[in-house]
Ligand binder design. Structure first.
Ligand SMILES: Cc1cc2nc3c(=O)[nH]c(=O)nc-3n(C[C@H](O)[C@H](O)[C@H](O)COP(=O)(O)OP(=O)(O)OC[C@H]3O[C@@H](n4cnc5c(N)ncnc54)[C@H](O)[C@@H]3O)c2cc1C
Length: 419
């Protein structure tokens, strides 16, 4: 078998379902990442769909993945273009017999999958689900019956925990086809790296996981610190690696369980897994509801008439509103590509509820800026905070940003840092 693995948001060797199963079966393996210029295009709102922070993180990730593959005699081909055209050409040039990729659930990603499947026909595109902690086949309900409210989802899942074992990291890989592989070059960290002073890539991800859970054991106090605003330590900071798949949720889960086996479980170790279930919930929600997630009233199907006030939006975006807590968070995002969860909830509520501006503009700005952008978590959380998610209770909740600042930034240190 001559296999092609189309790497997408599964940029790792650890716990990689497809790699682990084809490692011993293929005679030749071509590992490809398609760098699609469409993902960098300037949107109707006048800023790029993927901004410089996430681009840098991706380049670091690809360089580290290539290093890991090289240590097993493999290489990563980073090819620019549309996935369908690139993969069709590679299949023809290298007599590929089997093509594999991980499954995504959102509109643009599904369009890519469909286009690739068509372009390589009659070769089939083998797609595997590998993005969630719980495999959908192991859920206690069919995905069409996914509860609308997170708590019901969580309780049902926790009643019957079922996390699949990790897939072994391959120790040998089939050789790549004979061809030239351009160098995969990385980009250094920016000067302003704020609360996320880490590099992209699967090696950095595993180092940080080990440090957070085993060496420094910050996990033991996670529940008390997670609403923090300053520094690298208040929350796990796993999200950017999770988004590109340099870290799998199973890897985190089993690291936490290993820690608990030695030091005991506590509220904090539980809470980190609880948060991973939120991530699963948003991905399953996107899988169940499809493109409607991105509509103006998203999953609710009704809601306010959103304002499209460009001036107010730009003030929000640039951190020049009359609200210093919102501004500090927005400036942190712009400077570093990072914002705390507390900050995200406040600025999203401020834009959609206080200013009444179309939440999708805010979500698009986050998409451009965030290091950890993930379509399901981003649009899912935005819709939820804007009151058009699937949980009806979310429509009444408005964050009082000044009260939040008093609670979470009482001494004003966070605002002084960014204003
Ligand atoms: C408006 C808005 C937009 C968001 N956009 C994104 C996004 O694009 N990508 C993204 O990964 N997260 C997003 N989040 C969720 C959350 O803010 C981040 O996951 C979290 O801040 C990442 O920091 P951490 O890894 O230190 O999280 P921790 O607090 O250490 O949590 C551990 C992990 O649990 C998951 N998690 C935690 N909270 C949530 C949540 N509310 N929804 C989904 N997963 C969660 C993440 O994978 C996170 O890495 C958004 C939240 C809001 C309110």
């Amino acid at each position: 078998m001559r296999a092609l693995l189309w790497f997408r948001n599964d940029l790792r060797l650890e716990d990689h379902r497809i790699l682990s199963s084809i490692a011993s079966e293929a005679e030749v393996l071509l590992c490809v990442f398609v760098d699609n210029p469409d993902t960098y295009r300037v949107t109707d709102l006048g800023f790029p769909k993927t901004g410089a922070h996430r681009r840098r993180f991706l380049l670091q990730t690809l360089a580290e993945l290539d290093q890991q593959l090289r240590s097993l005699g493999q290489r990563l081909l980073v090819a620019e273009g549309q996935p369908a055209a690139v993969i069709r050409t590679l299949c023809q040039e290298h007599n590929i017999t089997h093509v594999y990729c991980s499954r995504e659930v959102t509109t643009e990603e599904l369009q890519d999958e469909a286009a690739v499947a068509e372009a390589i026909s009659p070769l089939p595109l083998h797609r595997f689900w590998d993005r969630t902690l719980i495999h959908p086949a192991d859920l206690p309900f069919h995905i069409d019956n996914l509860p609308d409210v997170f708590t019901s989802f969580r309780k049902a899942v926790e009643k019957r925990w079922s996390v699949r074992p990790m897939y072994p990291r391959p120790t040998v890989l089939p050789a790549p086809p004979a061809m030239d592989f351009p160098e995969v070059s990385s980009v250094a960290l920016p000067q302003e790296c704020g609360a996320f002073p880490f590099s992209g890539g699967p090696t950095s991800a595993m180092r940080h996981l080990h440090d957070y859970i085993h060496t420094r054991q910050l996990i033991r106090t996670y529940k008390d610190t997670r609403n923090g605003l300053i520094g690298a330590e208040y929350s796990s900071k796993f999200s950017p690696w999770l988004s590109v798949g340099s870290l799998s949720p199973r890897t985190i889960y089993y690291a936490v369980r290993e820690h608990e086996a030695t030091y005991g479980a506590n509220d904090s170790t539980y809470w980190l897994i609880f948060e991973l279930l939120w991530r699963d919930f948003f991905r399953f929600t996107a899988a169940r509801h499809g493109a409607v997630l991105f509509h103006r009233w998203s999953l609710r199907g009704e809601g306010p008439v959103w304002r499209r006030d460009r001036d107010a939006f730009d003030h929000w975006r640039n951190g020049t509103t009359s609200d210093d807590f919102v501004d500090a968070n927005m400036r942190e995002l712009f400077a570093t590509g990072w914002m705390s969860n507390r900050g995200r909830q406040n600025v999203a509520s401020y834009l959609s509820k206080t200013l009444g501006i179309d939440w999708r503009w805010g979500a698009a700005w986050f998409e451009s800026m965030l290091l950890d952008y993930d379509p399901c978590s981003n649009y899912g959380n935005w819709a939820y905070v804007a009151g058009v998610g699937n949980d009806p209770r979310s429509s009444y909740r408005v964050f009082n940003t000044q009260k939040q600042a008093q609670t979470y930034d009482a001494a004003g240190a966070f605002r002084r840092l960014w204003l």
